[in-house]
Ligand binder design. Structure first.
Ligand SMILES: [Cu+2]
Length: 530
């Protein structure tokens, strides 16, 4: 019997209505149970007060948690290249354990890029190649994926293409194995965008990202630089994620084997996803940022394993809209879009401008999460401390957005659901991930029309292929679907039609759910570009 079957018999039980009535109550969200034909197992109340807008289960911290809005917002340092030549910038990152003072009075071990969480930010220029030598000084194999990158297959971070720890022995991985370090080469022939890099190790992505393996990679280009958007210290990346902390201040995660060297996966009660009760921004709990009463550009990234957020400002600005969106996952929008609030699913990015100019000096503006309650209902705070000169604006036109012409018929259908004889695992079209099976054969340069359906909250992420949403549930795209994307937020029972283009490179790539617990439980499939 395989691990997934074992997990299934335990974890799948709750999905069978007759049995579920006898199960102990949990604070699982109920949303993904609709497709099992009965509502009798839905939990009417929620003892732990978490939201119904994420598929997952709340894990409570045992550590003493600080008052919110007491830590200053950290901004990850920008990494300097070790050398550059006419075409390429070369970087070196060592993945290693480090210590971080995340909660006051505690020291937390992180597994970080250069021992930091978040990792250092890489800033690069469209059209200039970047080579990052990743050295692995962690006790486990790792794989690094540049999320949103148009990258040759060998460097894309395929889940079995592991980098073994320095001095480590091969554990029989099925992929390409590097010993101690590997040079990831990124051509970056793509427009300005907020990309991010994170671990992608087969079966262990959830716990390895949770321990800290995530960082920003910003791409700039001439189109972006010609725009009068806020710059420098007024262009701030915000990595939002939730965590739980054990009594000793360590990250608390329900791994079956916390060494991450043996049995993969989480305990069966967390197979829907792990939700923490502490919201971190750039690694600090509910931080505060002092701002001038001017415009700021915030690159919002949801780096959570499973949590969705609805972000809003409290109080809302006295005039104007809270957020003016200027970019989506993989580039600038054609025109800005006003949002009073933003729904953001795991792995999505929203590049937004917030104008603090209409708030009186002295105002405390809280970035709230309307989908959370209690400790998860707020994210961070902006303190408007002074007036300042503001030369920035958001112009009515941002970039020339290509509108791909989709084929007239659906070329592929992808159903993301929990399935198997006892709903034992997360699958795509009923199948668990198999590195040896090609699920979609695509011609290089092809434009395809995909119809994606879901039974729970599944943020669907495609490697290599960027896409636009054509329709949502038979109607127009949703308010958060604009622009070129690599991840689409799908709610239970959603049906989303996309047009996706596979440009750049031949080879094998994955697409998967970016709820990392679902991904680790095999909700992933292969694309082969030929
Ligand atoms: Cu999922």
């Amino acid at each position: 019997m395989t691990r997934r079957n074992l997990l299934g018999l335990a974890g799948g039980m709750a999905a069978i209505p007759l049995v579920a009535a006898c199960q102990p109550r949990t604070d699982d969200t109920s949303s993904d149970q609709r497709d099992h034909g009965s509502h009798s197992d839905r939990h009417g109340d929620d003892r732990h007060g978490d939201d119904k807008n994420s598929t997952g289960r709340l894990l409570r911290s045992d550590a003493r948690l600080p008052e919110p809005f007491t830590s200053p917002l950290p901004v990850p340092p920008v990494l300097r290249p070790v050398r550059t030549d006419a075409t390429t910038d070369y970087y070196e990152i060592t993945q290693r354990p480090g210590r971080a003072g995340i909660l006051p009075g505690y020291s937390t071990e992180v597994w970080g890029y250069d021992g930091r969480f978040p990792g250092p930010t890489i800033e690069s220029r469209s059209g200039r190649q970047v080579v990052v030598r990743h050295r692995n000084e962690l006790p486990v194999p790792t794989v690094t994926h540049l999320h949103g990158g148009v990258t040759p297959s060998r460097y894309d971070g395929y889940p079995t293409d592991v980098v073994l720890p320095v001095g480590g022995r091969s554990a029989g991985s099925a992929g390409a194995i590097a010993h101690g370090s590997f040079d990831y080469a990124y051509p970056l022939g793509q427009p300005a965008a907020t990309l991010w890099y994170h671990d992608h190790r087969m079966d262990f992505t959830g716990p390895q990202v949770y321990r800290g393996l995530a960082g920003f990679h910003l791409v700039h280009d001439a189109v972006e630089e010609a725009l009068p958007l806020p710059r420098r210290e007024r262009d701030v990346p915000l990595m939002i994620c939730d965590r739980a902390f054990a009594a000793d201040g360590s990250f608390h995660y329900p791994s079956i084997d916390s060494s991450l060297t043996g049995e993969p996966g989480v305990t069966s009660d967390f197979m829907k996803g792990v939700l923490g009760d502490v919201i971190l921004v750039n690694g600090a709990p509910w931080p505060v940022l002092e701002v001038a009463a001017v415009r700021y550009r915030f690159r919002l990234l949801n780096a959570s394993n499973a949590r969705r957020y609805q972000l809003a400002l409290d109080p809302p600005p006295p005039s104007g809209t809270a957020f003016v969106q200027v970019g989506s996952d993989v580039g600038l929008l054609g025109r800005p879009i006003d949002h009073e609030a933003i729904d953001i699913a795991p792995a999505e990015r929203f590049d937004v401008v917030v104008d603090f100019g209409s708030y009186p000096v002295g105002t405390q503006v809280t970035l709230v999460n309307r989908y959370g309650t209690g400790s998860t209902g707020h994210v961070m705070r902006f303190h408007v401390v002074r007036k300042a000169r503001d030369d920035s604006t958001v112009p009515p036109r941002l970039a020339d957005l290509e509108q791909p012409s989709p084929p007239s018929t659906i070329t592929r259908r992808m159903k993301f659901s929990r399935s198997g004889s006892h709903y034992e695992t997360w699958t795509i079209n009923g199948q668990a991930f198999d590195p040896n099976r090609i699920d979609a054969q695509v011609s290089l340069g092809a434009t395809e029309r995909w119809l994606i359906t879901t039974n729970a909250d599944h943020p669907v992420h495609i490697h290599l292929g960027h896409f636009q949403v054509l329709s949502r549930n038979g109607g127009k795209p949703g308010p958060y679907d604009a622009g070129w994307k690599d991840t689409v937020d799908m709610r239970p029972e959603d049906e989303v039609e996309i047009v996706v283009r596979f440009n750049g490179y031949r080879g094998r790539y994955v697409f998967h759910c970016h709820n990392l617990e679902h991904e680790d439980m095999a909700m992933m499939a292969n694309i082969e570009v030929t």
